[in-house]
Design a protein. Sequence first.
Length: 363
Amino acid sequence: MNIILSGGGSAGHINPAIAIAKYFDSHYENVNILFIGTKNGMENELVKKAGFDIFTVDVEGFKTSLSLKNVKPLAKFLLASMKMKSVIKKFKADMVIGTGGYVCAPAVTAANMMKIPTLIHEQNAFPGSAVRFLSKKSTVTAISFKESTKFLSGAKNIVYTGNPVRENILMADSEKAKEKLGLGNKKMVLVVGGSLGALKINDVVCDYLKEYKSSDTRFFISTGKRDYERIKDKVKEYEDNSYFEVMPYIHDMDTYLAAADLVVCRSGAITLSEICALKKASILIPSPNVTNNHQEYNASALVKNNAALMIKECDFSPSSLNDAINILLKDENKRISIGNNAYKMYNNDSTKFICESILKFVK
């Protein structure tokens, strides 16, 4: 069985594709997998690290409004789609799966034109433009929030699957993770601004930590590579920086997430799925700089189920962060309750459902 997967731009699009690839690889015999990505995207690093081959195409995103600036992206899309027809034919693909980001559009479009079964997976509550476009022709559209259905008019087969979570996240052990990080009896707060980082979260958390006084809590902050040096220089000036650690990116997220008592983060769909899978209480700060404000849709889905706290970025400050942290760190029962409610929203068979949804269309 020959499978092409494509998704890129951020870890939120790439990690689901890797989870699907690993499921196929471990549950079925004679599986060949090829990823499609861009030359400079994060998918190159993450896919190769996962042990899969990747073929790159030259594409870029469209502007959301009518503009002459879309002429170049359109030309690249058409050329990439033609190239993908050749790749699909040479690879003898039995199916093509897209997990979002503009890079998946040429691969899925070419497969649809060639009548090869396709599945497009949407991680967020509000579907992205690529998924809304591709769902009209794709064999299966897999969604992670039931609310997504109303935004996908024209989709042929909509299947509620949830978000696939990497197996190393699911298998992580909290006690072993705490021991590995040397936490002892201390509580741990994990701060993650997404795979690319978040300037506002980095600044607010660092300002908060400058005044923070506690010996029983340790903070780990993933700043994103582009902001790491600035934040590292900023915290050097602090009188005491022994109770927190800053790092550019966390590759072994399974360890840090399993060890955390509380997570402060954006509300990207995959991050939320990982939090839910591990029963973690969280403080969500949706990014206001994403298409259609989809992160707030994601966060709201948890908040209405009492599965997280949310602070909008315009209200995010050291004071509001302090109030939220105090609520969840000092009240263990509330923290456990929120974590349990989050787990109720996790579909632990999502990867299996995604794979089975497309397999029944493969000859």
